[in-house]
Structures are given as C-alpha cells and as structure tokens.
Design a protein around this ligand. Structure first.
Ligand SMILES: Nc1nc2c(ncn2[C@@H]2O[C@H](COP(=O)(O)OP(=O)(O)OP(=O)(O)O)[C@@H](O)[C@H]2O)c(=O)[nH]1
Ligand SMILES: [Mg+2]
Length: 372
C-alpha cells in the first residue's frame, strides 16, 4: 500500500493529482487547508494538503488492509500533529510580531524628549488619549518657552498634568448646628474601609478630643463587628451594631449629641446587585453629611469604572484611595480624576493606625505619577 501527501491550490487539483498517481480507487485519509506566504500570515495563498492511500497495484484499499490503513492514518496524524503544533507556534510568533507592529503603528511619533514623557505616562497606565494630549500640550508650550532646559520641560509637564485635576479639591462638610457630622464609608470588599475609619476616628477622638461614635452595619461577619469593637475599645469610643435600617435611625438618634459618627458598611462586591440595593436602603436611613467611596490604588482603571457604575445612584461626596504603599502605578487614579472629577479626601498608605493616612492633594498625586 502507498500513502502519499499532495499539496494543491484546491481540492479539484489535488484529486486530479491523486487520481493520476494512485488510480481511481485511492482513499482520502486526511485533508488540511493552510495558508502560506503573505505578510505576517495575512494575505497568504490558500492551499489544501490531501493525504491519500492506494494499494500498490492500484486496487481499492477500502475493503482490505483496513488495519494497515488505520495504522497509516495514525502515523500520518501523528506527523501532522507535529506539523500543526509547529504551524501554531509559528502563527503565535507572527501574531505577536504583528500586534507589536500595530502597537508601534498606533504610537504617536513625538520627538525624543516627548517620547520619554509619553513612555513614563504609559508605564504609569495613564489612558493613552490623555497621555498623548498632555505630552502634546507640553511640547507645544516648551517650544514657545524662552527657557530651553530639561527642568523647564519637566515644569511644564508637571503643570499640564496638574491642571485638569487641580480644581477638584475636597471640602470637609460642616455639621448642622448641634448635630453630629455623619460620615459613611462604602466600597468593595477588603479595600480598607474599617482600617480607614479606625485611623480617622482615632485622630478625631484622641487628637482632636471630639466626641466620636462608631456604627457598623457590617453584620455579615462576626469578625467585622469584633474588628470595630476592638478599635472602639482602644480609642475608647462606643460602637453600635446595626441589623436593619430602622435600627440605624434609632442608633443615630441615640448619638445625636456626638460631634462625629463614623458608619462602617460591609464590603459589597460591586457585582452583587442585591447587596448593593440593601446598602442603598441603609444609606437613605443614615442621611449622612458625607459618603466616602473607598478604593484601593491596586485596582485597575476598569475596576474603578465598574465600581462607580454600581454606585451611580449613591451621592458619593469624595473618594478615599488606600494601599498607596502597595503600588507604584498611579495612572488609574489619575484617569479617574481626569474623567470623573470626584474630589479625593484622603490617601492611605499603610496599615498603621492612625499614622498611615494623609489629606489628599492633587499635587501629591502628580508628584507620585512623575516620580521615577
Ligand atoms: N498596605 C495597606 N494595607 C491596608 C491599607 N488599608 C487597609 N489595609 C489592610 O487591608 C486589609 C483589609 O482592611 P479592612 O479595613 O478590613 O478592609 P474593609 O474594606 O473594611 O474590608 P471588608 O469589611 O471585608 O470589606 C487589612 O489587612 C488592612 O490592614 C493601606 O492603606 N495599606
Ligand atoms: Mg470592614
């Protein structure tokens, strides 16, 4: 029996070749279509590869030698598998090269000093459109500047980064006369809501000698209640645990002569609609002066967008960015401020209570962004 592979531009041509060499009774064992030539795998020519078998004397092989044929098929397939793997590896390589090429094609061609600034912003994961806009503005202004020094270029760059976000300043709320300031903290799980409350409450109670109350509506986890109670014990402030929105109103009434009340909420997965709706009922009952959305700086910009979409009906008054000690990429926060204009109230940069928190400032963010 003879087994042979034929390559042709189409099946008709392949069949012609097979017929001519192996005779009318040849059996098709395997067919494969592939592309060859072209530009990085594109625009190549299509080919068909057909493996056919026939008995040496040209007899019909379908009826006899079945076992032998099967054996051959397996051998052919094994060989083809190897080829397919090689083909796929080759294809991957080409696709990678192509996507790199496309990326480079999309990259703006700035002069070298602009390219460096652009690269820095890209490395920080600043949105591409924003990065291009800021670099372009910087280069234009620098071209008109009488001072042609690197320091001047950096100064202009810094100013252009700051400009779109500098007006979004956080203004702490004032309580109505004789009433406490009610501050509620919301946000995804594990971002540092309770830790941030502990830091701020400790400062209010211990340093500012304010009459502070803590309320938790995080009754999903015993550990969460214990966590806040421990903090309350340490800084010597009462902790009320709330189980329903009515409870919350009563508890706030009970603390009506306090200076400031911090309300801790359970970390809601922003993907869980029921939990988020439940939180909204509590927020209505709380009638807070401020609602802080706590976000971790380790999140991607897309995560921020998803989280904001979840809380779109909530009147978020400012953002708190935590875990700044755990990242060196600040682009996602910059994109957020640039596009959404939420004020940022605090930056948290560690687990130490109360030290690792500071008032947020757009200048600090830009400093972090350009620090190499
Ligand atoms: N490195 C670092 N860790 C932090 C920071 N803030 C909080 N953490 C840590 O993050 C973990 C979660 O903090 P929690 O305050 O419990 O977070 P949470 O948002 O209240 O979490 P849930 O109530 O479960 O949603 C703890 O281990 C904190 O010590 C920060 O700024 N930097
Ligand atoms: Mg918590």
């Amino acid at each position: 029996m003879r087994v042979k592979r034929y390559v042709a531009v189409n099946m008709q041509e392949a069949m012609g070749k097979i017929k001519a060499e192996l005779g009318n009774n040849a059996v098709i064992l395997h067919t494969r279509y592939f592309k060859e030539g072209g530009f990085f795998g594109l625009f190549g020519k299509n080919y068909v590869e057909v493996t056919a078998a026939a008995d040496n004397d040209g007899e019909d092989v379908s009826a006899n030698n079945l076992a032998a044929i099967k054996q051959k098929i397996n051998n052919v397939n094994i060989n083809n598998d190897k080829e397919i793997v090689t083909d796929l590896t080759e294809m991957h390589k080409m696709m990678k090269e192509m996507s790199l090429m496309l990326e480079n094609l999309g990259e703006p061609k700035f002069p070298k000093k602009g390219q460096n600034l652009y690269k820095l912003l890209k490395k920080q994961e600043v949105d591409d459109k924003i990065a291009q806009k800021i670099v372009k503005l910087t280069l234009d202004e620098y071209a008109d500047s009488p001072i042609q020094k690197k320091e001047e270029l950096n100064r202009i760059f810094f100013a252009n980064l700051l400009k779109p976000i500098q007006n979004i300043k956080y203004q702490p709320s004032k309580a109505k006369k004789g009433k406490p300031r009610i501050l509620t903290f919301i946000g995804p799980t594990g971002v540092g809501k309770t830790t941030t409350i502990a830091k701020l409450a400790a400062m209010s109670a211990v340093m500012e000698k304010k009459k502070v109350g803590l309320i938790t509506i995080d009754t999903y986890r015993i550990a969460a209640v214990e966590q806040l109670k421990t903090i309350g014990d340490i800084i010597n402030v009462p902790v009320n645990v709330i189980f329903n929105p009515e409870n919350l109103r009563e508890s706030l009434q009970e603390m009506k002569d306090y200076d400031v009340i911090y309300i801790d909420t359970a970390g809601r997965s922003h993907k869980n609609e029921t939990q988020v709706n439940e939180l909204k009922q509590y927020l209505e009952s709380a009638n807070s002066n401020e609602i802080f959305l706590v976000l971790s700086s380790t999140s991607k910009y897309q995560d921020f967008l998803d989280i904001l979409a979840t809380y779109q009906d909530v009147n978020i008054t400012s953002l708190i960015i935590t875990k700044l000690d755990e990242t060196s990429n600040y682009g996602s926060i910059y994109n957020l401020l640039y596009n959404y204009e939420y004020p940022i109230s605090y930056f948290a940069n560690g687990q130490n209570i109360p030290d690792d928190i500071e008032a947020a400032d757009p200048i600090k963010l830009v400093q972090m962004l350009v620090k190499e």
